[in-house]
Design a protein around this ligand. Structure first.
Ligand code: HEC
Length: 150
C-alpha cells in the first residue's frame, strides 16, 4: 500500500476515536477513569437535579405525575437505564425523548442536551453512570444484548 494511504487511514482512525464527526458511535467508556471523573462533574451539574445526586431518580418514578408526564427514573441498578443499549441512551440525552425513541407528540420533562453538551461530554456522563453499575447488571445487560442479536 502507498505510504500516504496508510498515513491517511491513520489520521481517519484518530479522528474517529477523538470525537470527530461521528462521535455518536464512540460509546461509553466506564473503565476510562478520566471520562468517569469528567462525567461525574457533568452529572452533578446537569442531571442530578432530576435524576438524583446518587442516581436514585425521583420518588415514585413509575407513576405519571398529574400533568401526565413521567418523573425522572433512576440510573442506578434499580431503574431501566441499563436495559437500553448505549446508542439509545446517547440519542435520548442528545435529542430528548423524541421520535424514534418515543411516539410523535410525546410530552417529556427530559431535556435535550445536544445544544449544551458535546458528544464527548454526553459519552462521559454515560461512562460515569455505567461505572456505578454492579457486576450483576453488566452480566444481565450482556445477556440482553446477546438475545437481541446486538
Ligand atoms: C429537568 C429534569 C431532568 C434533567 C435535568 C435530566 N433528565 Fe433525564 N429524564 C428526565 C425525565 C422526566 C425522564 C423520563 C422521560 C420520559 O420517559 O418521559 C428522563 C429520562 C432519561 C433517560 C432515559 C432513562 C431510561 O432509563 O430509559 C436518560 C438516559 C436520561 N434521562 C439521562 C439524563 C442525563 C444523562 C442527564 C444530564 C445530562 C439528564 N437526564 C437530565 C428528566 C431530566
Amino acid at each position: 500500500m502507498d505510504k500516504r494511504v496508510i498515513a491517511g487511514a491513520a489520521i481517519l482512525a484518530v479522528l474517529a476515536g477523538c470525537g470527530g464527526k461521528d462521535a455518536s458511535s464512540v460509546g461509553a467508556q466506564p473503565h476510562n477513569a478520566k471520562w468517569v471523573r469528567q462525567g461525574q462533574t457533568l452529572y452533578a451539574e446537569h442531571c442530578a437535579s432530576c435524576h438524583g445526586a446518587k442516581l436514585e431518580g425521583q420518588a415514585d418514578w413509575r407513576r405519571r405525575k398529574p400533568d401526565g408526564r413521567l418523573p425522572a427514573p433512576p440510573h442506578d441498578e434499580s431503574g431501566h437505564t441499563w436495559h437500553h443499549p448505549d446508542s439509545l441512551l446517547f440519542a435520548i440525552v442528545k435529542n430528548g425523548v423524541v421520535p424514534p425513541m418515543a411516539p410523535e407528540g410525546y410530552q417529556s420533562d427530559m431535556p435535550a442536551f445536544g445544544g449544551k453538551l458535546s458528544d464527548q461530554q454526553i459519552w462521559a456522563v454515560l461512562s460515569y453512570i455505567e461505572s456505578t453499575w454492579p457486576a450483576e447488571v453488566w452480566q444481565a445487560r450482556r445477556e440482553m444484548e446477546r438475545d437481541s442479536g446486538r
